[in-house]
Design a protein around this ligand. Sequence first.
Ligand code: XBP
Ligand code: MG
Length: 252
Amino acid sequence: MTLQALIFDVDGTLADTERDGHRPAFNQAFSDAGLDWHWDVALYGKLLAVTGGKERMKYYVEQFRPDYQKPADFDEMVAELHKSKTRHYAALAAHGGIPIRPGIKRLLIEARAAGLRLAIATTTTPENVTVLLEHSLGAGTQSWFEVIAAGDIVPAKKPAPDIYFYALEKMGLQAADCMAFEDSENGLRASLGADLKTLVTVNDYTLDHDFSGASVVLSDLGDPGEPNQLIAGPDLERAFVDVAYLRVLHSV
Ligand code: XBP
Ligand code: MG
């Protein structure tokens, strides 16, 4: 088992999209529709227990709005709200409003140069991935990823491993030849469920998650001159994650 490919989650891993991307986009869709729903930063942290925007809205109504009278066409309404939310998110991301996390671009460039194959496995909608990559990572960077597995392409979202199985199948690779990158417990359950060794970088929403089973848990990937912090796992005595680091981690 040689490391041949890296599979990245998007939300929270490539960029901190949740608090200042998805959350305000949901809120704009709610207010456009004349709903009195509003998700503040703390509430949104609780709602992140459920992945997928449509699934999250339904969870909100069930758990937090017992007063809300669902219309007969509730599923359709949620689908429409989600389309509107996706438009708002795309507009936000297209204005470059969502920065890529530390070390991501550097590592992707190095990985490509080293001949590693790249893929994405995410719960979010494909349009959201495209717009984020083009505007935050850089024009043309979509083509760096040979598979972009996203959204409703599989029926069961993370923590189900299906999206990772899908990406592996499309690449024709075994899990043992790859490494996954995640930021959340649901994401880690999905990657571990597909037998992928997983590197976790945390963010404000996921600091307290249970990351047992991760190969390593780090503050971020780090960069030369901007060392990351080791939170759990082996100390490979490097200040940032590069391909050499990944090869060692993968072989442990
Ligand atoms: C991402 C998500 C998504 C986004 C919203 O999880 O949970 O639901 O918040 O995406 P992960 P959509 O990083 O584990 O893939 O609204 O496009 O569904
Ligand atoms: Mg994530």
